[in-house]
Design a protein around this ligand. Structure first.
Ligand SMILES: Cc1cc2nc3c(=O)[nH]c(=O)nc-3n(C[C@H](O)[C@H](O)[C@H](O)COP(=O)(O)O)c2cc1C
Length: 148
């Protein structure tokens, strides 16, 4: 069985955490924050997921810092994000993970409640998301990873 860990930074509304938990159910995975990870244990996992919200077009700095401090790896990684706007730029994080030796297993993103400054005056955008169908899409993505 594939042993999976999901590392998730979700600081704004808990949006990405909800997506991570949906994936974790399917994968039988634990969801942790970067500062809860024991680096020595990472070798126990075949597949590691990395996710956060998008802030100023980037993954959260805590997650990026964590990845750049990782030792070399041998397993596979998937990357996921929640964001107000479409067009998530996965490449910089994927490249950083590949540089550490991870194979890319897949990427996932969905829209989510966003109270970034430009949208604050209107009470934010994408209220109520991730919704049931977003979480269903996250589960389906995870099924695909499980069946790799
Ligand atoms: C300061 C700030 C900057 C943001 N920048 C972006 C952005 O560049 N692009 C985007 O699509 N969403 C942006 N968002 C929206 C977040 O990505 C979105 O709310 C995300 O779901 C937050 O995830 P979390 O609740 O897991 O932390 C921003 C939100 C905040 C508060």
């Amino acid at each position: 069985m594939t042993r999976t860990l999901i590392i998730c930074t979700s600081v704004s509304h808990g949006n990405t955490r909800r997506v991570a938990e949906a994936m974790a159910e399917v994968l039988g995975a634990k969801v942790v924050e970067p500062d809860q990870v024991e680096l020595a244990e990472l070798g126990d996992y075949d597949l590691i997921g990395f996710g956060s919200g998008i802030f100023n077009r980037r993954f959260h700095p805590d997650l990026l810092r964590f990845v750049s401090a990782l030792p070399g790896a041998h397993g596979s990684a998937f990357v996921f994000a929640t964001s107000g706007l479409p067009g998530v730029r996965f490449e910089p994080l994927l490249r950083a993970l590949q540089d550490k030796g991870f194979k890319t297993a897949g990427t996932f993103s969905c829209r989510a409640f966003d109270t970034w400054a430009p949208f604050k005056p209107v009470g934010g955008i994408r209220k109520g998301r991730p919704d049931r169908s977003d979480l269903q899409a996250a589960r389906q993505f995870a099924e695909g990873l499980r069946g790799r």
